[in-house]
Design a protein around this ligand. Structure first.
Ligand SMILES: [Zn+2]
Length: 320
C-alpha cells in the first residue's frame, strides 16, 4: 500500500512522491506526467490510468481548502491499478476455490467478475487523473502563507486578510473555479480576465489535447452532484441527468436542482461550464464531505469519502 490515510498531514511533496511511486509500481497501466506549473513554481501533475483510446477526466484540488479529495483520488488510482494488475491472480485463485464449493463461492465469483470489469474498463479507457490542480492554494490552506516562496505572492495573499485554513484561491488569490471562459463568466474587477491563471490554462490544455468523453470535477462540501447547465439545451441536460442519477445511486449524494445551478450574483466561470459549452460532452461537479464540515476539513473524511466515491469511475465506464 502506497497511499496511507493515517498520515496526519498530506503535503504537496507527499502527493508527488506517492504519484511517482504508484507510476513505478503499476508501470504497465499508469503514467506520470507534469502538465503545468503553478504561479509559485509547483508542478501540476496528471496520472494516466489505463491503456484505452477513449478518455475520462477526473480533477480535484481546484479549491485550496478542499483538502480531502486529492488524497482520495490518489487512493482510487491505487485501487483501480491494483485491481487491474491482480486480475490474473484472482482468476487462478477462483478456479482453485471452485473445486471446493462453499457458501463463499458466489462472493469469489463476483469479486472475479468485478476485477474483470475493471480490466475491461482500463483496456477501453484511459482515465486522466489530476489529483491537485491548485498545489499553491492547497499548501496555503494546510500550512499558512509562508509556504509561498515568492515574496510578492506572499505579501498579496496575506493582504487578503483571510484565515489560511479557509483559503480557496490559488497562489495569486484568484478563484480558479471562476476563471474559466464561458457564457456565465463576468469580470470581478478591472484587471480580471478569464483564463488568466496558470492552473486554468493547464486544465484547458488537457481538455483540448485529449478527446475526453466525460469530465468530473470533485469539490467539497455538501455531498451533492451538480449536473444542470442553464446555458445548454434540453437534450444535453437530459443526458447529464441520466448520468447524475447513476452517480447518485453509487455515492448516495443528492442531485442539485437545476434552478440552483448558479447562486444569484455569482460571477460564473466554472471548469465544468467551459467543458460543457466548448465540447458538448458530459461534465459534472461532485461535492464530497458533509455540508456543515468546518475548515480545515477533518482527515476522518478521507476514508468515508473514498468509500462513497470509489465506484464513480466503475459506474461511468458502464454508462458512457
Ligand atoms: Zn470547490
Amino acid at each position: 500500500m502506497i497511499i496511507d490515510f493515517s498520515q496526519p498531514v498530506y503535503n504537496y511533496e507527499d502527493l508527488i512522491t506517492d504519484a511517482k511511486a504508484l507510476a513505478k509500481k503499476y508501470c504497465n497501466i499508469l503514467k506520470y506526467v507534469t502538465i503545468g506549473k503553478s504561479h509559485d513554481n509547483r508542478d501540476i501533475i496528471m496520472l494516466k490510468l489505463g491503456v484505452g483510446k477513449k478518455y475520462i477526466l477526473f480533477c480535484s484540488g481546484v479549491h485550496g481548502r478542499e483538502t480531502i479529495n486529492p488524497i482520495v483520488i490518489m487512493k482510487m488510482i491505487e485501487y483501480y491499478a491494483d485491481e487491474f494488475e491482480n486480475i490474473k491472480a484472482r482468476k487462478e485463485s477462483f478456479i482453485k476455490k471452485i473445486k471446493h464449493y462453499s457458501d463463499k463461492t458466489l462472493d469469489h465469483y463476483n469479486n472475479m467478475i468485478f476485477g474483470k470489469c475493471i480490466y475491461e474498463l482500463l483496456q477501453t479507457y484511459t482515465i486522466l487523473m489530476i489529483p491537485l490542480l491548485n498545489p499553491d492554494g492547497y499548501m496555503i490552506s494546510l500550512k499558512g502563507f509562508d509556504v509561498l516562496s515568492d515574496p510578492q505572492l506572499k505579501k498579496k495573499a496575506k493582504e487578503k486578510g483571510i484565515c489560511f485554513a479557509k483559503w480557496k484561491f490559488n497562489g495569486r488569490g484568484i478563484d480558479i473555479n471562476r476563471n474559466f471562459p464561458c457564457r456565465s463568466w463576468k469580470p470581478k474587477g478591472t484587471h480580471d480576465y478569464a483564463a488568466s491563471e496558470n492552473e486554468t490554462k493547464t486544465l484547458i490544455e488537457v481538455f483540448h489535447n485529449y478527446k475526453i468523453k466525460c469530465f468530473i470535477d470533485f469539490h467539497s462540501r455538501g455531498k451533492y452532484i451538480y449536473y444542470y447547465r442553464n446555458s445548454m439545451n434540453e437534450a444535453y441536460n437530459e443526458r447529464q441527468l441520466k448520468i447524475a442519477k447513476l452517480l447518485s445511486n453509487v455515492t448516495k449524494y443528492e442531485l442539485v436542482d437545476g434552478k440552483q445551478e448558479i447562486d444569484y450574483g455569482d460571477s460564473g466561470g466554472n471548469t465544468v461550464h467551459y467543458f460543457s459549452e466548448r465540447f458538448y460532452r458530459p461534465a459534472l461537479t461532485i461535492e464530497t464531505v458533509d455540508e456543515e464540515a468546518g475548515f480545515p476539513l477533518d482527515i476522518e473524511y478521507r476514508l468515508s469519502t473514498y468509500e462513497e466515491i470509489k465506484l464513480v469511475l466503475f459506474e461511468l465506464g458502464a454508462c458512457l
